[in-house]
Design a protein around this ligand. Structure first.
Ligand code: G1P
Length: 299
């Protein structure tokens, strides 16, 4: 069988960002910065670092500024040149050259599965990656999360979802996978027999949750096209992946790296602090500030 390469990724970014109102009333949640970089730029960087060449972002009518962010900005560029700010100039130009980025609008907020279906003609008959903007993953010097999944895909030539264990109280927030008992399990990889979207913890098949990274075969679109609404009344990607398992193997891979739920306020604060602690220009003063702050909290 000819091995198929994954060169395209889809980033669904048409959500309303209700968990971050009022900040997201006029600004897309994907543009909220962790330190000084919008969250969507971390996702695009991970895609590029994983070997992805073409990216489709699924947007809605409120997301123009995301397109501006990845575009050239001639006025800003010429002002930076005039004032001799070459470092800033290079940074701005590099963002516009990160990847070939395309956009399509999801006209109604009908759920993640429906958003991915909007990518059908862009993807065609190729395997592709899906990266959710709420899940930012840092794997300090190691392979990016998506790259890890792509290596599994390369091996199995079948769909792979990225998972990690979550605490019991968080199970109902995620798609939860059910591994095939005792079957193909190589290292961190396991074949799946089922998957369920946002189950109650008593009904969940475990605590391995899908955390925003997928590599899918194009046959997923056959199921998405006919997918009935599921959890929350939305067309769920999880439900179509479960159907895909009937005709093809689907794997889960417990990827390495710290994942931040930046769609959640606490997750966002954690990401901001930890990313800032990695920055040369901030780490010493932030470290000292946090140490002093902890002392005031203890008393
Ligand atoms: C989506 C998926 C869910 C997955 C989660 C990861 O849910 O539907 O299966 O576990 O992302 O962040 P959402 O958080 O969009 O409700």
């Amino acid at each position: 069988m000819r091995k198929r390469q994954v060169k395209k990724a889809v980033i669904p970014a048409a959500g309303l960002g209700t968990r971050f109102l009022p900040a997201t009333k006029a600004i897309p949640k994907e543009m909220l910065p962790i330190v000084d970089i919008p969250t969507v730029q971390y996702i695009v960087q991970e895609a590029v670092d994983s070997g992805i060449e073409e990216i489709l972002i699924i947007t809605n009518s409120n997301k123009h500024c995301m397109e501006n962010h990845f575009d050239r900005s001639y006025e800003l560029e010429s002002r930076l040149v005039q004032s001799g700010k070459t470092e800033e100039y290079d940074m701005i130009c590099n963002i516009a050259n990160m990847a070939n980025i395309y956009y399509v609008r999801q006209k109604e907020p009908k759920g993640l599965g429906h958003a991915i279906l909007c990518a059908k003609s862009f993807i065609g008959d190729e395997p592709f990656a899906v990266m959710l903007g709420d899940d930012v993953v840092e794997n300090h010097g190691g392979k990016p999360a998506l790259k890890q999944l792509l290596e599994v895909y390369d091996d199995v030539q079948a769909s792979v979802v990225g998972v990690q264990k979550v605490p019991e109280e968080d199970i109902s927030k995620y798609g939860i996978v059910e591994p095939v008992n005792g079957k193909i399990s190589v290292g961190r990889r396991v074949q799946l027999s089922s998957m369920v979207e946002k189950p109650k913890k008593e009904e969940a098949p475990g605590n391995l949750a899908v955390l925003g990274r997928y590599v899918l075969t194009p046959e997923i679109f056959d199921y998405l096209e006919n997918q009935e609404p599921g959890a929350g009344g939305e067309i769920q990607l999880t439900d179509s992946i479960k159907k895909l398992m009937i005709s093809q193997a689907v794997y889960a891979y417990d990827f390495e790296g710290t994942r931040y739920d930046v769609g959640d306020k606490f997750g966002f604060i954690k990401a901001t602090i930890e990313y800032a602690l990695e920055r040369e220009e901030l780490k010493a003063s932030l470290h000292k500030y946090l140490k002093d702050l902890v002392q005031t909290l203890d008393t």
